[in-house]
Design a protein around this ligand. Structure first.
Ligand SMILES: Cc1cc2nc3c(=O)[nH]c(=O)nc-3n(C[C@H](O)[C@H](O)[C@H](O)COP(=O)(O)OP(=O)(O)OC[C@H]3O[C@@H](n4cnc5c(N)ncnc54)[C@H](O)[C@@H]3O)c2cc1C
Length: 463
């Protein structure tokens, strides 16, 4: 790093929070994608005034800054592609308060999501957003990506729980928006604007999150299908039944085979799909709904239908779903993991198209995800050392995206654009809407130092 920049950033961050060590530069080069780029320095966030001073220095010096939570992102959001500084927010991990009277939690952004769930549960309250990475991702990262997860069918996504926040702008000014009110229509909704902004507009320094009462009981129902179309239609039957499941998760045959060889659960090789459906509520309602769901799944061709009313039994049914992420990565050396969404009625068409595209390119495309939200994780598996496979994999992704857009869908439901989908954003967004977004970026970050080359394409606003 340039000596003058080093001196200014050390002064702003505190020398003990500033590192140019090669191990740090390597560790903070990654998120959970295969993209990587070393930052010039890593700064550990120590508090709002320090963050504000660091941002002001970065703007003055024109040094890019990338906020980072746990680095579990799946779109390259925390990868410092333009070098500069990674600002590690994970040390700001205090739960400031759980307030049962207001039904809110006030937290620092580096709190691991599972810790917030546990702290809420200890007071009989419930923080519903439940990304599969809940044990290690941070609430700040969830808000910056508008993370979804397993319970979104009934409870919505992270956005639905953010009532207020404090944040630091690129020039160092700190502002607060929203608060502990469940309703608030005074002024433009800057709180919502920052949700999903992928660290490109401001650094979030504190959050007020809504909590709900804990549901009394839960149940899980699972079923295997010999036909993919049957499973897709079963999802539609579940969602049309009048029961609102907490989760409605899907895995195709390729996922099940990968899970079977990874953890060995005794899944039959001929199974082409699995559905796992959760319900929660008062015990008597849950019991009845679980039986109704089992009947619906059986009527739609489901086999080995199982109902779990006890947490340990439910966990056993969830084992396949929990293993699927790492399991599919054993299929091939590399993965292009996409996160597409279509309107619910078009899920069957999407599933069929993904399988056709995989067959045409001779590539495995194991697909799983949050079928109840129309949100599928489409994983194109390939060997990057084989140029023909690499090309085919990228073509397959483009074709999947084309199908998704033709079905009125969108290119990311919860992982964000990051850098992985930057090249496709123009195909999804209205050009006028994109211009407005570029204008917002200029307003919040005129020097373009905050997480450059992410979320929206805009060469005109990058340093
Ligand atoms: C095994 C696995 C399972 C997953 N399952 C799900 C799932 O079910 N649903 C889902 O939605 N996602 C899932 N993810 C993706 C990932 O966990 C989420 O995107 C999560 O929200 C990222 O949080 P993080 O703390 O790791 O953020 P990071 O990866 O560190 O950062 C993500 C983005 O947020 C920005 N950011 C972080 N902190 C701040 C801050 N304080 N202020 C401003 N910007 C900030 C970063 O700049 C970056 O752009 C999964 C990932 C893995 C590895």
């Amino acid at each position: 790093m340039d000596p003058a920049a080093r001196q200014a950033l050390q002064a702003a961050a505190g020398a003990e929070n500033f590192s140019e060590a090669s191990t740090d530069r390597l560790l903070y080069a990654y998120d959970a994608t295969t993209s990587w780029h070393r930052p010039e320095a890593v700064i550990r966030a120590a508090g709002t005034s320090q963050i504000s001073a660091v941002l002001a220095a970065c703007t003055a010096l024109r040094v890019p800054l990338v906020p980072r939570g746990a680095g579990s992102g799946l779109s390259g959001g925390a990868v410092p592609m333009a070098g500069g500084v990674v600002l590690d927010m994970s040390g700001l991990n205090r739960i400031i308060k759980i307030d049962p009277a207001d039904q809110v939690a006030v937290v620092q952004p580096g709190v691991v999501t599972a810790r917030l769930q546990e702290a809420a549960a200890a007071q009989g309250l419930f923080y519903p957003p439940d990304p599969a990475s809940v044990g290690f991702c941070t609430v700040g990262g969830n808000v910056a990506e508008n993370a979804g997860g397993l319970r979104a069918v009934k409870y919505g996504v992270t956005r639905d729980y953010v009532l207020g926040l404090s944040a630091a702008l690129a020039d160092g000014r700190v502002f607060t928006t929203g608060g502990a009110n469940f309703k608030d229509v005074v002024g433009y909704d800057l709180t919502r604007l920052l949700v999903g902004s992928e660290g490109t507009l401001a650094v979030i320094t504190e959050l007020t999150m809504r909590l709900l009462p804990q549901p009394e009981a839960k149940a899980t129902v699972s079923a295997l299908f010999l036909d993919l179309g049957q499973a897709a239609r079963a999802v539609q039957a579940v969602l049309a039944s009048g029961i609102i499941p907490t989760a409605c998760e899907f895995m195709d045959g390729a996922c099940l085979k990968a899970v079977e060889s990874y953890v060995g659960l005794g899944l039959p090789p001929q199974a082409e799909a699995m559905l796992i459906v959760d319900v929660d509520g008062p015990p008597e309602v849950v019991r009845r709904q679980a039986q109704d769901l089992a009947r619906i799944l059986r009527d739609r061709g489901g086999q080995q239908v199982q109902v779990a009313l006890e947490p340990a039994e439910a966990e056993a049914l969830w084992r396949a779903r929990r293993a699927v992420g790492p399991a599919v990565r054993t299929i091939a050396p590399s993965i292009l993991n996409e996160d597409v969404v279509v309107p619910l009625g078009r899920l069957v068409t999407l599933m069929a198209a993904v399988h056709r595209i995989g067959a045409e390119h001779g590539l495995p495309i194991p697909t799983f995800g949050h079928a109840g939200d129309g949100n599928l994780h489409v994983n194109v598996m390939y060997d990057p050392s084989d140029p023909a496979q690499s090309q085919a994999a990228h073509r397959a992704v483009s074709e999947v995206f084309a199908v998704v857009l033709s079905l009125g869908g969108t290119l990311s439901g919860e992982h964000g654009v990051g850098l992985a989908k930057l090249g496709y954003v123009g195909a999804r967004l209205d050009p006028v809407a994109l211009e407005l977004m570029r204008g917002l970026k200029r307003l919040f970050d005129p020097a373009g130092i905050l997480n450059p080359h992410k979320a929206i394409p805009g060469p005109d606003i990058l340093p």
